[in-house]
Design a protein around this ligand. Structure first.
Ligand SMILES: C[S@@+](CC[C@H](N)C(=O)[O-])C[C@H]1O[C@@H](n2cnc3c(N)ncnc32)[C@H](O)[C@@H]1O
Length: 505
């Protein structure tokens, strides 16, 4: 889980932020999440699984962990944690309606109360002791960064099961976390064609494969006795990264360290709460402070951060109900027209500010679009006579313009808004097409298990696309109204001018 916002929040952190090519809203609090920590000194590019391998990939699981809704291992976890120093809790792991398993209040909980108090000895960080000390030493000697190190650590401990001190924790982890890492390329193409999240998922999967291959070539192959391929392979790495994406937290008060926090990571996310995990120095434990009271029997939630529905699907494998996520956004992809007379100069300006020369994504919220998007639109529609402003526009579009943020060029505002409207409508047509066809989509399956999986993925995709389309519809409405106002204003001014001219004549 990742850091969400500001210094005092820690959430369940996806790591590969470098992959997100979207420009964030400049007027939002920047989501200063974990830095790219992927182990990629010599990146290796691998292609994703094709639809032929899709079936086997989709069903392969690791030999440890449990079914995602298993309470059996959860109670063993609870018992072990209490015996290992977790203080008495006001919550217990139960089966819940939202999130399969979650922490449910067993006593009255007040608003503003600190809960959990997981001691550092029960927290997994990059400094945790390895059951196979030699393997840990090798990774550290090779300066493997935290994320790949923790991914390898989890697999190593899982494979040592009986001798690992984390066996109760690992037994209670899902055998196959809900995560887009488990979607095949064919499934991503089929269900997420309309959404930019598809690209993000492909990049993430490619990065996980690249990271695994880096480790394999640079380290594992030199120490096969420590890292045998039967244990350290792409399937186990997909699992461990799936676990990290959905459970790792960044703890601001522990110098921003990333950690797996058993027990705390049984808490599910709610878009309505505003409370995050952190290390509490006075009590020397990982805590969170409730922002509302809970009665016995109610599920207690934390926030995984101010994330869009697409980001929640990407890392955690769920989509909140439509309209319930105030941080929801949809990425709109814009690009310059190749027929533009100043195409080359504009590309140059984009390059200067490290913007993509192919297409650039910007997040749109129900409440509006970012100033960066408007700056990009100005650049896209500006005529050759404005060539001196190209750099200024690119700088503003890239979020790197520290001085002049909200650029305005009234003379091309109408064209810029029309440019955004065109992109919005082209995107909307893809969503409409998918959502219309989803009802009659042939699920093409050979077993009930596969049918369940396909139905589940399709439902997630429908939920995501419905929520993203809703934002685009609203944007379309606002853009059309603004354009109508501009055009009717111009018409009025023209009529006034005409009337005055006639009067003087
Ligand atoms: C940190 S774990 C929380 C504990 C998890 N429910 C379990 O049983 O292990 C994160 C996972 O919980 C589930 N989850 C969390 N919040 C959810 C929500 N609001 N709706 C649906 N699933 C949720 C997702 O599967 C997510 O990947």
């Amino acid at each position: 889980m990742a850091e969400a916002s500001g210094l005092f929040s820690a959430t369940l952190t996806p790591c590969f932020n470098s992959l997100n090519k979207t420009i964030p809203f400049s007027h939002f609090q920047s989501q200063s999440q974990s830095q790219p920590i992927i182990f990629r000194k010599r990146p290796i590019h691998c292609s994703l699984s094709t639809s032929d391998t899709a079936k086997s990939t989709a069903t392969q699981t690791v030999p440890w962990g449990c079914d995602i809704d298993s309470l059996e291992n959860a109670s063993a976890l609870q018992k072990w944690l209490s015996e290992s120093g977790l203080p008495p809790q006001k919550m217990a792991i139960e089966r819940v309606e939202v999130g399969e398993r979650g922490l449910v209040a067993s006593k009255n909980i007040r608003k503003g109360e600190k809960l959990l108090f997981v001691p550092p000895s029960l927290v997994i960080t990059a400094d945790s002791e390895w059951s196979c000390a030699e393997a840990g030493k090798v990774l550290k000697q090779n300066s493997v960064p935290d994320w790949p190190l923790l991914a390898t650590y989890l697999i190593s401990e899982a494979s040592q099961m009986k001798s690992s001190r984390w066996r109760n924790y690992i037994s209670a982890l899902p055998r196959q976390p809900y995560s887009l890492l488990y979607w095949t390329r064919a499934e991503l193409d089929r269900y997420l064609e309309a959404s930019q999240i598809r690209e993000r998922a492909i990049e993430r999967i490619t990065d996980v494969i690249g990271t695994y291959n880096d480790l394999r070539l640079r380290i594992f192959s030199n120490y096969p006795h420590l890292f045998p391929e039967e244990v350290f392979n792409i399937e186990t790495f997909k699992w461990s990264f799936g676990i990290l994406f959905s459970r790792l937290v960044r703890l601001p008060s522990m110098d921003g360290r990333v950690a797996l926090v058993p027990w705390a990571d049984m808490m599910n996310h709610s878009c309505e709460v505003d409370t995050f995990l952190d290390y509490d120095r006075p009590s020397k434990g990982v805590v969170f402070t409730t922002d509302r009271p809970y009665e016995p029997g109610e599920q207690v939630y934390i926030s995984y951060g101010k994330k869009s529905n697409g980001e929640l699907l990407l890392s955690y494998g769920f989509v909140p109900k439509e309209g319930t996520n105030p941080s929801d956004s949809v990425e709109l992809s814009l690009s310059l027209k190749k027929s533009d007379k100043c195409y080359k100069e504009k590309l140059e300006a984009l390059r200067k500010y490290e913007l993509s020369t192919r297409s650039q994504c910007f997040p749109i919220q129900i409440t509006g679009w970012p100033v960066e998007l408007m700056a990009y639109a100005y650049l896209a529609v500006s005529p050759p006579s404005m060539s001196r402003q190209f750099k200024e526009m690119s700088a503003a579009a890239s979020n790197k313009n520290t001085t002049k943020k909200d650029l305005r060029y009234p003379e091309i505002e109408e064209q810029a808004l029309q440019f955004i409207l065109d992109a919005c409508e082209s995107s909307l047509s893809k969503y409409n097409k998918f959502l219309q066809s989803s009802g009659s989509m042939d699920l093409d399956v050979t077993s009930p298990k596969q049918l369940n999986r396909r139905l589940f993925l399709k439902q997630l995709a429908v939920d995501l696309c419905t929520s993203e389309r809703r934002i685009l519809f609203r944007t379309q409405y606002i853009l059309r109204r603004r354009l109508r106002d501009i055009r009717s204003g111009e018409l009025r001014a023209l009529r006034l001018f005409d009337g005055l001219r006639k009067l003087f004549n």
